[in-house]
Ligand binder design. Structure first.
Ligand code: SAH
Ligand code: SF4
Ligand code: F3S
Length: 470
């Protein structure tokens, strides 16, 4: 793979770190590390990259928190994620007292908020290294600074124009992975902190994406998930603009790649061209995550989403016309400032009409610095809770009904892993529906036809269809 000058520099730092860790080791064994990831798929991907660097340095991955180096990759999209991290750090304080050689590293979205960094500086001085979202590619260099300095290292950048290619990655499944197509977000939905902590929208060059995917496929990957906060606006900022639909068509040509997924689609940018490409494609999975946020056109306007209820339902109609068996999933926020019972009824109405397989429902969380945080009429907690419960009940009832539509059919399943129950494996259909069925370890990473016997709510129980393997 083509490696940037910056990546080569980081490889040098990686070697320096490895030598240093070996020198420091009294017992001769290399330190263990544990990485804790919260947030979205992008964080998962960036943790995969940090894991790869750590392994290249010779460190040993550990599944529990009693490791020598603890790394947190944080999310700040809702306040409860932050509280969890502070809880963890509180526990770490005692562990570190017992083991002063332990190192604690914390990075990611939460660190892009100045008040968080201030709190860590004051209340958690035992944290060794703090960095943000824009300088993750400098991990070996930052790690080296931590290992050679006595105090707390804090290095946060406001934004960056740079996209560094050719970084290593260590994926969880050998047969599927995420691939970033863009970074940052320019949408500024009024409740959302992501544009502030991830910076301006930047698309990767199509050639770099294609090259990465070709490399992954030759390494055994058959399914990819293209990632971006708003993949539908991919390519707009490139010197030679290309659309997301055109990118998908080029990815489709890669031989050996079997399934293409992507996330997240913003309804305001979901084009007819993309719907057409999805309709024609043999590889794009029949699943679309299309966040609604609210069914009330008035609230959508306040949220700065730039579509209304009618436009959203029209998109749903178009996509179902092009891909009739598509699975739709969504995100919904309850309790946005000023939301009335009438507005909430509009949300329930869309849930009734859109036929989602699943909806991820969130209670509105006030994020400092966003326009919504200073809006009047923040909805009282008990009202929000009541609406949330009613929404969840409807989402679950509808979800059960919609997801069971494949009962009694045979679908191709990509086998992922053994479930908690020995001998029972899990996998997904192209609709992203989870299937449990008896199989054996050799099937992992392969496509098998599975008879979907019974729908258990959010997953199917099935059995391998006799005969031909897909
Ligand atoms: N870029 C994606 C979403 C990223 S955040 C998109 O636009 O769809 C994932 C989800 O978190 C959002 O879809 C939204 O439903 C939820 N979310 C974001 N900010 C939130 C907040 N302040 N309170 C509650 N939920 C929020
Ligand atoms: Fe947040 Fe909106 Fe950007 Fe999604 S599109 S990350 S919700 S600002
Ligand atoms: Fe969270 Fe950052 Fe993703 S705030 S949702 S981890 S972009």
């Amino acid at each position: 793979m083509n490696q940037d000058k910056e990546t080569l520099l980081q490889l040098e730092y990686m070697e320096k770190c490895r030598d240093l860790l070996m020198e420091k080791s009294i017992t001769g064994s290399m330190p263990t590390f544990h990485i804790f990831t919260s947030g979205c798929q992008m964080n998962v991907l960036q943790s995969d990259s940090v894991t790869a660097w750590m392994e290249k340095m010779g460190c040993i991955r550990h599944d529990s928190e009693d490791a020598d180096i603890i790394i947190y990759n944080t999310c700040t999209v809702r306040e409860n994620a932050n509280q969890k991290i502070y809880g963890h750090l509180g526990l770490m304080k005692n562990l570190k007292k017992k083991n002063p050689n332990m190192r604690i590293v914390i990075f990611g979205c939460m660190m892009q908020e100045p008040h968080v960094v201030e709190k860590i500086r004051k209340e958690y001085p035992f944290v060794d290294l703090v960095f943000g979202t824009h300088n993750i590619y400098k991990f070996p260099e930052l790690f080296y600074r931590m290992e050679t300095s006595g105090g707390q290292i804090i290095d946060i950048w406001k934004d960056t124009d740079e996209i560094v290619e050719g970084l290593p990655s260590s994926r969880k499944y050998f047969f599927k992975t995420g691939v970033n197509v863009m970074f940052g977000c320019n949408n500024f939905c009024s409740y959302c902190i992501v544009p502030y902590v991830r910076g301006r929208e930047k698309s990767r060059e199509p050639e770099a994406i294609l090259e990465e995917i070709r490399g992954l496929v030759s390494d055994g990957v058959v399914e990819i998930m293209l990632l971006g906060q708003n993949v539908n606006s991919y390519g707009k900022t490139l010197a030679h603009p290309i659309t997301f639909a055109q990118l998908l068509e080029r990815i489709e040509e890669i031989e050996g790649l079997k399934r293409i997924r992507f996330m997240t689609s913003h309804p305001k940018d979901l084009s007819d061209e993309l719907i057409e490409v999805m309709g024609k494609s043999k590889k794009i999975c029949h699943h679309l995550h299309l966040p609604l946020q609210s069914g009330s056109s008035r609230i959508l306007k306040e949220m700065n989403r730039r579509y209304d209820k009618e436009k959203y339902l029209e998109l749903v109609r178009k996509i179902r016309a092009a891909v009739p068996d598509i699975s739709l999933t969504t995100d919904i926020i309850v309790g946005f400032p000023g939301e009335t019972e009438e507005d909430f009824q509009e949300t329930l109405d869309v849930v009734r009409k859109a036929d989602y397989d699943t909806a991820f429902t969130f209670i509105y969380s006030k994020r400092t610095g966003t326009p919504a945080a200073s809006m009047p009429d923040q909805v009282p907690e008990d009202v929000v809770k009541d609406r949330f419960d009613r929404l969840l009940a409807l989402v679950q009832e509808k979800g059960r009904e919609i997801s069971s539509r494949f009962t009694g059919t045979v679908k191709e399943v990509l086998v992922e892993e053994e479930s908690k129950e020995p001998g029972i494996f899990t996998g997904r259909t192209e609709h992203n529906l989870l299937v449990h069925f008896p199989a054996d370890k050799e099937m992992i990473g392969r496509f098998v036809p599975v008879y979907l016997k019974e729908c258990k709510g959010f997953y199917y129980f099935g059995e391998m269809a006799k005969g031909q393997e897909a």
